[in-house]
Design a protein around this ligand. Structure first.
Ligand code: GDP
Ligand code: MG
Length: 312
């Protein structure tokens, strides 16, 4: 199938064509640049919601419940599960898939897991390209789930217009510390498993952490929402909080600031990669690069001197 034919089918809601196109941008296949050129301008319309938090916190359960809610008002919803820890279809994602089986049967829902490392610009840029593509293909809501464990996962959340951080009662100090890094980018704080003892304490902990975190740009103060994702309790409140944040973001210009930041990061990353590739591709430069690397490795040169020499 040609790219044009795939695009026509995907825009009409064909899941197989959509999956094929996602693979092209995810793996940066040769047609990726043409595909991005053909679709990028149409993106920027979808509500993009990030869901992050510790493993086992109920993110996937919550995402499935949110999908149900969003489908009541939108014809097409996409879910991207980003799992950098599992390069293959690992246990966790397989589990999610089984749990999301119900949603799979709904042709208005597209579900995909991403685990790409080593793509141009890294995982966060691969995720951004996939989100833009799904947006351009007509998905009105795109939910991005990722485990909040490290810097790369936090970077992934920058694709979202609204970031939801899921916490659960009774977590240890190490997880609290993890949250401290993410709490600064969270727009909505969710205490899931509110059916369990300790939910009040978790809400209090989050309030305390909020007051310790660096003051936020603008006037948005992240609300704390309690959910029991398994029962669907509080899910409507999450939808509400996300809508209020999105409205605030548009009105305050915060969404423009986020878009600029994301665009700058995408352009600068690509520029860096293309300049490096061009330099290496130029006649004889691979050899010079290897020599420079060897010189830096055996300390007969230093990185700064070696790079300046290469550019000379
Ligand atoms: N008691 C309780 N269990 C939940 C709730 N939400 C999710 N779970 C359970 O927690 C486990 C992990 O859920 P999952 O959605 O896979 O978490 P994820 O790793 O964050 O995506 C599953 O067994 C869920 O059924 C909840 O609100 N209350
Ligand atoms: Mg999950």
């Amino acid at each position: 199938m040609t790219l044009e034919a795939l695009l026509v089918a995907a825009r009409a809601g064909d899941a197989r064509a959509t999956a094929r196109l996602v693979t092209i941008v995810e793996n940066d296949e040769p047609e990726a640049a043409a595909l991005v050129r053909a679709t990028y301008r149409e993106a920027g319309r979808a509500l993009v919601v990030g869901i992050t938090g510790p493993p086992g916190g109920g993110k996937s359960t919550l995402v499935a419940a949110l999908v149900g809610r969003y489908r009541e008002r939108h014809s097409r919803v996409a879910v991207i599960a980003v799992d950098p820890s599992s390069p293959f279809t690992g246990g966790a994602i397989l589990g999610d898939r089984i749990r999301m089986r119900e949603r799979f049967l709904d042709p208005g829902v597209f579900i995909r897991s991403l685990a790409t490392r080593g793509a141009t610009g890294g995982l966060s840029h691969a995720t951004a390209r996939v989100v833009d593509l799904l947006d351009a293909l007509g998905h009105e809501v795109v939910l991005v789930e990722t485990v909040g464990v490290g810097q790369e996962e936090i970077e992934v959340m920058r694709v979202a217009g609204t970031v939801c951080l899921v916490s659960v009662p009774g977590l240890g100090d190490d997880i609290q510390a993890v949250k401290a890094g993410i709490i600064e980018i969270a727009d909505v704080l969710i205490v899931n498993k509110a059916d369990r003892p300790g939910a009040d304490q978790t809400v209090a902990d989050l309030r305390a952490m909020q007051s310790l975190a660096a003051p936020r740009v603008g006037s948005w103060s992240p609300p704390i929402v309690r959910t029991t994702a398994t029962a669907g309790d509080g899910v409507a409140d999450v939808v509400d909080a996300v809508a209020r944040h999105a409205a605030w973001s548009r009105a305050s210009g915060d969404d423009t600031r986020r878009r600029r930041e994301a665009a700058r990061s995408a352009v600068e990353t690509l520029l860096r990669e293309l300049l490096t590739r061009r330099f290496i591709d130029a006649a004889g430069h691979q050899g010079r690069l290897d020599d420079a690397v060897a010189a830096v490795a055996d300390r007969s040169s230093d990185p700064q001197t070696a790079v300046l020499d290469l550019l000379r």
